[in-house]
Design a protein around this ligand. Structure first.
Ligand SMILES: Cc1ncc(COP(=O)(O)O)c(C=O)c1O
Length: 399
């Protein structure tokens, strides 16, 4: 084993006994390259982070210019920093009237934490409802709302977590009756990502919105994975025509830099500034370089209409792969696909073949029988056709 690998395994905190151990030299567009010059199709895009492609020149320029102008000056919320203000304003212009104030943070988990606190503060209630097979992050609060019972193995060692949380079943209309006047908020991924791309049943999100209105519970959408064009709309809330009270964003929000946020009405958000003042604070949240990168990526996404492209690009993958005898089912929204093999042992073997053939894919936290296709939204038709033919070749090798 070379020295860098040994140092990586010894000195860099690890997440699993079997990391991929592929060294990255550089990345561009939909590809990354190892020091030996091996090219990989990036069909994960950092789990829906790199929507505008790696080393997008507009994003690189924005980072360089902002880094040279100023980086960190003072904790969040005290100074007027134009990258934050410009980004929040542009985002607000693309969101409904009830989502006009952005609280910037560093990650998705933090966005979820902030949203849960805001909901408790606004309603004065304590109960939090989420869904089975939901993934919202790895901190204590966000882990508490990971869907039972599937999340049990991740939770058990870290108990106790937040009290008064409850997970109901996604797409089961009868479970909505469990939302009551005691409920502070309901947290939902409009399309469940780590459950293996589970789409909402017709009318489910609308029924959820209605039940929240009836009971006074706030509705929180976690669009950390589905936001910024991935579903074929700018946000899934637009695709499904349902407006949440709070929206969580991260991943593609920073254009490749660490950035998260929760978004709500200016009136609601204002309540974090009193009783107590400093109700939610952060040092680095909304870092000017991250906001400059995110803003450049968002402008690029809008100018090139990448959200609309996600739909036909995803449909093309679906068409190219769906005839293969080993493919049981393809679940898809926009350019986020779960290719179901129905067998975890086969999935494990095909991941190895993908790596040999220069493809980076991944399984899902709560679904180890399907592989993920979520490349940068900038992928070209030719690249889709070439990567799909490599995937088909690997499927053939598996038979
Ligand atoms: C839907 C969803 N919510 C929250 C998170 C947590 O985000 P982060 O890893 O930035 O804390 C993720 C990460 O995969 C996610 O997919």
């Amino acid at each position: 084993m070379d020295i860098l690998r040994r140092q990586f395994l010894t000195h860099v905190g690890q997440t699993s006994p079997s990391p991929l151990l592929v060294e990255v030299e550089r990345a561009e567009g939909v590809f990354f390259y190892t020091p030996e010059g091996k090219r990989y199709y990036d069909l994960v895009a950092g789990v829906s982070v790199s929507n505008v492609g790696h080393a997008n020149p507009a994003v690189v320029r924005a980072v360089q210019e902002q880094a040279a102008r100023y980086m960190h000056i003072m904790v969040y919320g005290e100074m007027i920093e134009s990258p934050q203000v410009r980004y929040a304003s542009l985002l607000a212009s693309r969101l409904p009237a009830g989502l006009q104030s952005v609280y910037f943070l560093n990650s998705g988990s933090e966005a979820v934490e902030g949203a849960l606190k805001l909901a408790k503060r606004v309603t004065g209630r304590r109960e939090i409802i989420s869904f089975r097979r939901a993934y919202h992050g790895s901190t204590h609060g966000s882990l508490s709302v990971m869907g039972d019972p599937e999340g049990r193995e991740w939770k058990e060692a870290f108990l106790p977590l937040l009290p008064e949380t409850r997970a109901i079943r996604f797409n089961r209309f009868e479970d909505l009756a469990l939302i009551t006047e005691r409920t502070a908020c309901v947290l939902v991924e409009p399309v469940q990502g780590e459950a293996g791309v589970r789409l909402p049943a017709e009318g489910f999100l609308k029924a959820l919105r209605d039940r929240c209105n009836e009971t006074g519970a706030l509705l929180i959408f976690d669009e950390i994975q589905t936001g910024f064009g991935r579903t074929g709309a700018l946000f899934a809330l637009q695709k499904y025509g349902v407006e949440p009270d709070i929206l969580c964003v991260a991943k593609a929000f920073g254009g490749g830099m660490p950035l998260g946020g929760f978004i709500s009405s200016t009136e609601r958000m204002g309540q974090l500034a009193h009783d107590p003042a400093l109700g939610h604070i952060t040092t680095f949240g909304g870092h000017p370089v991250c906001c400059a990168a995110g803003l450049a990526a968002f402008e690029y996404l809008l100018e090139n209409d990448l959200a609309a492209q996600a739909e036909w690009k995803g449909a093309l993958y679906e068409e190219l792969l769906s005839g293969h005898p080993l493919v049981r089912e393809i679940r898809r929204v926009g350019l986020l696909l779960a290719v179901e093999l129905g067998d975890s042992e086969k999935l494990y073997r095909i991941m190895k073949l993908f790596r040999e053939e220069g493809i980076l894919s991944d399984w899902f936290l709560f679904c180890d029988t399907a592989f993920r296709i979520s490349p940068p939204l900038t992928i070209s038709e030719e690249e889709i056709r070439e990567s799909a033919s490599i995937l088909l070749h690997c499927l053939d090798r598996l038979r």
